[in-house]
Design a protein around this ligand. Structure first.
Ligand code: FSX
Ligand code: SF4
Ligand code: F3S
Length: 388
């Protein structure tokens, strides 16, 4: 192993050893047996651990540590709150038919409170939340899904005591060890915050003051949700973040950078209309509105539904679902941004970029890449490390 990694390897090993004796949720369960029940062999799990190690940009020698982190994942208590949203983020993980390795891991963690899957309701549910907070004070991970009305709280009350969403977030955040905003709604406001935002829905960071890791996407992939939990188990700290507080291990590149249709973009080969001959040939979807050049996410690499597909593979352009305000800034979704009369300046690219070049010049490789690199350099220049 290279020397700079020795100390890191030891730190992670020591940390995982310290987690082993902690009270385990599902103590009778073993992740390998759970994997086997869902039809995964040990080598599938090790392959998963190897891929996740590479995703975190760690050397392959860390793969056994990654596997170990998953084995002790039942020691980490997680409280998951629902605000205003469609529950797609939870659905990304909770598919009961054909579960992925990520969803088996999610089942295995100590999920102390999650309204979609728990039996309790009314006063009993309120009590469960209080007990979970009390029992794991200072040690639990808080995950919040959904946007949160502010100053218009009557749009979102919950539980037998009709607490507002904002009250519930503030209360649960007070004793959390780490906080993740899951999905674009919680990270940036999402669909309910789209113009004219009648409920004045806000992102989690407008409601609470603690540091937050944003895990956007509508929904985010199962890998990005589970990956953040495993990252926290391994390192005990929050990951390196970009200017929008997204982990750079997951949101460090544009969709466009790793897209399987990128060769066609560079060659100036575009689908002109859905259903045309170029669409059948798998050409680039830029001219039918793909926002991949403006969007930071790893879906072109990790895909969805156990790596089977993702929007662009399915034949539709990226709609920019992991960017702030994408409902307003990226729509109309089936037209390039340069078709607009007024170009908003709130995308990471200031509204201008690869699209204008692609529309006016046929072959665009160099100029488009240069724009992308410059824009991301700007964003990563603002990146920062945060401790939990
Ligand atoms: Fe839905 Fe989650 Fe979109 Fe939002 O996802 S998939 S509306 S990001 O909060 O449930
Ligand atoms: Fe892929 Fe879209 Fe970029 Fe074309 S514009 S290469 S479809 S991300
Ligand atoms: Fe979302 Fe675009 Fe990926 S729409 S899922 S960021 S391809």
């Amino acid at each position: 192993m290279q020397e700079p990694y020795d100390a890191l390897f030891k730190n992670i090993s020591d940390r995982l050893e310290r987690l082993v004796p902690l009270n385990a949720h599902n103590a009778d369960k073993n992740i390998h047996e759970e994997m086997a029940k869902s039809g995964f062999e040990r080598r599938d799990f090790i392959k998963w651990a190897g891929a996740m190690t590479a995703t975190f940009a760690l050397p392959a020698s860390f793969t056994p540590l990654m596997a170990k982190a998953v084995e002790v994942a039942n020691r980490l208590p997680v409280i998951w709150l629902h605000m205003a949203e469609c529950t797609g983020c939870s659905e990304s993980l909770l598919r009961s038919e054909d579960p992925s390795i990520d969803s088996v891991i999610f089942d295995y963690i100590n999920l102390e409170y999650h309204e979609t899957i728990m039996v309790a309701s009314g006063h009993q549910a309120d009590l469960s939340l209080e007990q979970a907070i009390e029992k794991h004070k200072g040690n639990y991970v808080l995950m919040v899904e959904g946007g949160i009305p502010k100053g218009t709280e009557y749009f979102l009350t919950m539980g037998a005591q009709a607490r507002t969403g904002a009250q519930e977030c503030i209360h649960a955040a007070e004793h959390a060890k780490a906080i993740f905003a899951i999905g674009t709604c919680s990270s940036f406001g999402g669909v309910q915050a789209a113009y004219p935002n009648p409920s004045n829905a806000q992102s989690l960071d407008k409601i609470i003051s603690q540091p937050i890791v944003n895990v956007p996407g509508c929904p985010p992939s199962e890998k990005n949700i589970v990956g953040n939990i495993i990252y926290f188990i391994m390192f005990g700290t929050l990951p390196r973040l970009d200017a929008y507080n997204r982990p750079t291990w997951a949101y460090g590149h544009r969709v466009h950078d790793l897209c399987e249709r990128r060769g066609h973009f560079d060659a100036g080969e575009f689908v002109q209309h859905f259903g045309d001959e170029n669409a059948k040939n798998g050409f680039c979807l830029y001219k039918v509105g793909c926002k991949g050049p403006y969007t930071f996410n790893n879906c072109s690499k990790l895909r969805f539904n156990s790596h089977t597909s993702w929007p662009i593979q399915a034949g539709h352009g990226c709609i920019g679902c992991s960017e702030p305000n994408f409902w307003d800034t990226m729509s109309p979704f089936e037209e390039p941004i340069s078709n607009r009369l007024i170009v908003p300046v709130t995308t990471a690219f200031g509204g201008a970029g690869a699209d204008r070049v692609a529309d006016t010049v046929g072959v665009v490789a160099l100029s488009a890449s240069a724009i992308g690199i410059a824009a991301h350099a700007l964003i990563s220049g603002l990146a920062k490390d945060k401790d939990a």
